[in-house]
Design a protein around this ligand. Structure first.
Ligand SMILES: C[S@@+](CC[C@H](N)C(=O)[O-])C[C@H]1O[C@@H](n2cnc3c(N)ncnc32)[C@H](O)[C@@H]1O
Length: 202
């Protein structure tokens, strides 16, 4: 009998408890984590925000790139994931909250704009209004010269929520670059690199 590594086992357990919020059966792999977090600058003191860290696949990659510099705020809806993450990464400011409250979370910490926002959120599982609320929070919290990175699974790319995400990103950012497929990930995925947020009028 094979046994699952602790992170995978915790992830699967939380998926079975709440499939629509976790929305994946296994954490992202190393190749995808590196592709998603390569926007974290290698110098300076950036403010990096991570949305939906889960068991910390992207957290580890961000921490490795920061190497003790800057600030790293992680926002996770699932309290069990957040508790594990806070215990494992004492240098990360982990908060149990909805990513839609990002502006308030930054304000409470005396910050207004993040330099980098990295998302692990399951966009394809969100209804249109929820996607919009979350992207409002992202564009309203990102520095004008900052970057927003998120990923999508290749097999869902033609599903209506994934197509809507693509359209919405292009409407909300002047630059949206899609990566090649990361075939090494299970399941294969790709990354959107978004820059220059456009102010959306209410
Ligand atoms: C697909 S998993 C990705 C986890 C991890 N980033 C990875 O790639 O392995 C989605 C994560 O987003 C979290 N999540 C979903 N909706 C959220 C929200 N509105 N605010 C914060 N976290 C959320 C889930 O609890 C879960 O940990």
């Amino acid at each position: 009998m094979t046994t699952l590594a602790p992170e995978r086992s915790a992830f699967l357990h939380e998926f079975l408890r709440d499939p629509f919020t976790v929305a994946a059966v296994t954490p992202s792999g190393r190749s995808l984590s590196e592709a998603v977090t390569m926007t974290v600058p290698g110098a300076g003191e950036p403010l990096v925000v991570e949305l939906g860290p889960g068991t910390g696949a992207f957290t580890a990659a961000i921490q490795a790139r920061l190497a003790g510099r800057g600030r790293h705020v992680a926002i996770e809806l699932n309290a069990r994931f957040a508790g594990r993450l806070a215990a494992r990464y004492p240098g990360v400011d982990v908060t149990v909250a909805d990513a839609r409250d990002l502006r308030d979370i930054l304000a409470q910490r005396g910050h207004r704009r993040a330099d980098v926002i990295v998302s692990g959120l399951p966009w394809a599982a969100f209804a249109p209004g929820r996607q919009d609320d979350l992207l409002d929070a992202v564009t309203g919290s990102l520095a004008p010269d900052g970057s927003f990175t998120t990923f999508a699974y290749t097999h869902t790319r033609w599903a209506p929520p994934a197509r809507r995400l693509r359209r919405t990103l292009r409407a909300r950012f002047e630059e949206v670059v899609r990566s090649r497929t990361v075939w090494a990930n299970v399941p294969p995925a790709f990354v959107y690199y978004c820059r220059r947020p456009v102010e959306v009028q209410p």
